[in-house]
Design a protein around this ligand. Structure first.
Ligand code: LMR
Length: 426
């Protein structure tokens, strides 16, 4: 016979197993990894020294290292001296930051901004801005809760709007044959959507394709949006990254506003200030007048308070210090241009290597013509999989690469790996 202590242990173990099988969460299925952030997880787990991460859109310097902008460092020095407190911000965030963020997007000439008719709230970066906008529209937009996204769009757009109760549909955007904008398809689709639908527009540096409408095409899109009484929701996560010039990159937003559209706008300072982990952004809505703005402001507070109460303070203070200091602002603008220029030089180098040195089959002109942080290479999911497994080169399954992840030290290895994948030699 077993000693009593053994039988007691066995009974405890049996009970634990029984409880486990009865767990409240036993039916929760394993979810797939995030299509973008999951790539970083796979990259981190890879121990090969040659590995390259071109998945997430995060700027790297020419040594492949994360880049803290010198203007950000300077702003932090200023803050170290001024020692701001750590009190709660108001529900809609730092008022000065909100004013300056809106000025950066809408411009000093903006009539609704100058009339005090733009409602602005600080947000938890661009994702948070989209989510606040979606929650506000879900509650107050007086028409059907249907949003049209460009096909393709940033992978997180669909879950953000779907989780906020929207029906998500698509409009044509990218033409695989020309590796450019399907402008005729886009116009035809927007003309056919039901009146009052919400349409999401990437203000500049379209993610993931790197293909933007020209200014003349934006003007046509604005006319269609007006004719069809659509509601334009702009996502501007890359102001400055498309052309290296924050004013030029704000063209679409400013043009729409000048044409009388009451836009919604999500802004992010993750990319253009390199404030990724600080989560700095803004959501704004153009309203009819200051009284309407005040009512919208009050409802934005009601949307935000149960979500996260009020936003974090540190990143907003950094952005506000840069935007509010003439010299620091000018320095920041030149640093944004520096990042954009380095990416453009990588585009030229990669194109040159694939086309002239390696003679990689295919047409690679789009690597140079696409703009912003990403290139939509045209590599298929089989090729992207083999590149990760055999060459330790990581990108999203749709063939998007973050150009910012390339540098003088890894571009040759990357080009050779792509060449081998395309030629079926990996
Ligand atoms: C990206 O598209 O890589 C970035 O916007 C980062 C993200 O959160 O997906």
């Amino acid at each position: 016979m077993l000693p009593a202590v053994f039988t007691r242990r066995a009974a405890v173990a049996i009970n634990a197993n029984a409880l486990r099988s009865l767990s409240t969460w036993s039916a929760v299925p394993a979810g797939p990894p995030d299509p973008i952030l999951g790539v970083t997880e796979a990259f981190k787990a890879d121990k090969d020294p040659r590995k390259i991460n071109l998945g997430v859109g995060a700027y790297r310097d020419d040594n492949g290292k994360p880049y803290v902008l010198p203007s950000v460092k300077k702003a932090e020095e200023i803050l170290t001296v001024s020692k701001p407190d750590k009190e709660y911000l108001p529900i809609t965030g730092l008022a000065d930051f909100n004013k300056r963020a809106a000025l950066l997007a809408y411009g000093a000439e903006s009539a609704p901004l100058n009339e005090g008719a733009v409602a602005v709230t600080q947000s938890i970066s661009g994702t948070g801005a989209l989510r606040i906008g979606a929650a506000f529209l879900a509650r107050h937009y007086p028409h059907a809760k249907v949003i049209y996204l460009p096909v393709p769009s940033w992978g997180n757009h669909t879950p953000i709007f779907r989780d906020s109760g929207f029906e998500v549909r698509g409009y044509r955007y990218f033409d695989k044959k020309t590796v450019g904008l399907d402008f005729e398809g886009l116009k035809a689709d927007l003309r056919a959507v039901p009146e009052h639908s919400i349409v999401l527009l990437h203000a500049c540096a379209h993610n993931p394709t790197g293909v933007d409408p020209t200014q003349a095409q934006w003007a046509e899109i604005s006319d269609i949006v007006k004719e069809r009484r659509l509601f334009p929701f702009f996502d501007m996560a890359y102001q400055g990254f498309a052309s290296g010039d924050t004013t030029r990159d704000a063209f679409a937003v400013r043009h729409f506003v000048s044409q009388g559209h009451q836009i919604a706008l999500a802004q992010s300072f993750a990319k253009n200030m390199g404030l990724y982990g600080e989560r700095v952004g803004a959501f704004s809505l153009v309203t009819a007048d200051p009284a309407e703005k005040a009512r919208v402001d009050s409802q934005l507070k009601i949307v935000i308070r149960p979500m996260y109460s009020n936003p974090p303070i540190h990143g907003a203070l950094i952005a506000n210090t840069i935007l509010g200091d003439k010299a620091l602002y000018a320095q920041w603008e030149s640093e944004v241009k520096g990042m954009a220029d380095r990416i453009i030089s990588m585009r030229e180098k990669l194109y040159d290597m694939l086309t002239h040195h390696l003679k990689t089959p295919g047409e690679w002109g789009h690597i140079k013509s696409q703009i912003g942080m990403f290139s939509f290479t045209g590599l298929n999911p089989t090729q992207t999989k083999v590149l990760a497994e055999k060459a330790h080169v990581y990108m999203t399954a749709d063939g998007r690469i973050s150009m910012a992840g390339l540098n003088a030290g890894n571009i040759e290895y990357f080009a050779e790996s792509v060449d081998a994948a395309v030629k079926g030699k990996l």
